[in-house]
Design a protein around this ligand. Structure first.
Ligand SMILES: [Zn+2]
Length: 103
């Protein structure tokens, strides 16, 4: 039983280490014009954090679209504006907003 828990913890750590690398790959693929490959990578990130219940840091969370799970690259496929203490991120792929309260 204890071995099973240790295995689970190790899998979670492995997944955590994998996420920044996947994000980098996804961005590179998007910049090269391969949107399908980019989406595969960013969906894999979602799969990992959902499966292992990983809480993503703010820096990574803001680089992924909440609605279509694509990677967000400012000035290429998203628009970032501030409006009345809100940070508004507009995804140009699915045309939806994400708002983050600033303080
Ligand atoms: Zn989107």
């Amino acid at each position: 039983m204890r071995r099973k828990i240790a295995k689970k913890i190790k899998a979670k750590q492995d997944a955590k280490a994998l996420i920044p690398d996947l994000l980098k790959k996804s961005k590179l693929a998007y910049k090269k014009g391969d949107k399908k490959l980019s989406l595969t990578y960013s969906k894999k990130i979602r799969f990992l954090y959902m499966k292992h219940k990983i809480k993503l840091p703010k820096t990574i969370k803001r680089q992924l679209c909440k609605h279509c799970y694509r990677v967000l690259i400012p000035s290429i496929n998203c628009r970032v504006r501030t409006n009345n203490n809100w940070l508004v991120i507009y995804c140009l792929d699915c045309k939806k907003y994400t708002r983050i309260l600033l303080n």
